[in-house]
Write a new protein. Structure first.
Ligand code: ZN
Length: 256
């Protein structure tokens, strides 16, 4: 199986002790591409360092809603400079709104989300959206302020109605471990409906470990279980589904 994990925090310190062997193992299991998103300046730098070290790793730069209260002008200068001049930087992300944790106040989250929509348009890169319990405000913002943005809904958790609108607006829908959880009946219905040409798969490593590995650290090799689940929902061959999502990932991130 040929896999593109379109969202894996392989720069997380939980991989510091065995990152090389973990990545070797992922390659042995068919992982061909990994997108490593940032959540702040420090993780943008570490994602970029990994992208420089490994051909098959790509980086995104940006600030997560959790960290949006701490972002500085210098951070924005760094993001913009890397987005424009580093050819392994393929997206602005992860950006968005998180009303579940509210680690930054909502006004700040919204301000920095909008600023990064603008940055993405300026540097002409796709965005990677983090949307937790914030569907209404994310969609309203994209409909108005972000109508010229495009990209990915990472770890999609909305309805099929919403997914249809996202697709119409130029977005890809990415599914992570939760689609494998037996209880996720609504999400499985959505995954079944998403057209193949807008579908992506990811792990969100080291979080969201799918069965049968729950409770353990997640890593990009587990993308295969997301592929397996969606292939069986759609009644298709898993290798074919994996190959299609790999090509979709290359297309949205403009990887030649
Ligand atoms: Zn993430």
């Amino acid at each position: 199986m040929r896999l593109f994990d379109t969202h894996a925090h392989i720069n997380d310190n939980r991989f510091d002790n065995d990152r090389q062997s973990m990545l070797d193992d992922c390659l042995a299991q068919g992982v061909e591409y990994i997108m490593c998103p940032a959540v702040d300046r420090e993780t943008a730098e570490s994602a970029i360092a990994l992208a420089a070290k490994y051909d098959y790793v790509y980086a995104a730069v940006g600030v997560h809603p959790h960290e949006s209260k701490d972002v500085t002008e210098e951070d924005y200068e760094y993001f913009k400079d890397q987005a424009l001049h580093n050819d392994k930087v393929k997206a602005i992300g992860e950006i968005g709104l998180d009303y579940y944790y509210d680690f930054s106040d909502r006004e700040t989250q919204m301000r920095e989300f909008k600023r990064q929509l603008e940055l993405a348009r300026e540097v002409d890169l796709p965005i990677i959206i983090h949307d937790r319990d914030a569907h209404g405000d994310i969609m309203d913002t994209l409909r108005t302020y972000g109508k010229d943005n495009y990209g990915i809904f990472h770890c999609y958790s909305g309805s099929w109605e919403m997914a249809k609108e996202c697709i119409k607006m130029g977005f890809y829908i990415s599914f992570a471990g939760p689609v494998v959880f037996p209880k996720s009946t609504k999400l499985k219905e959505v995954a079944k409906e998403v057209p193949l040409d807008r579908l992506l798969i990811e792990t969100d490593s080291p979080y969201l470990t799918p069965p049968p590995f729950r409770g353990r650290r997640n890593d990009p090799s587990k993308t295969q279980f997301v592929a397996q689940e969606i292939a069986s929902l759609k009644g298709m061959d898993v290798d074919e589904l994996a190959a299609i999502t790999l090509e979709n990932g290359k297309r949205i991130f403009n990887i030649k």
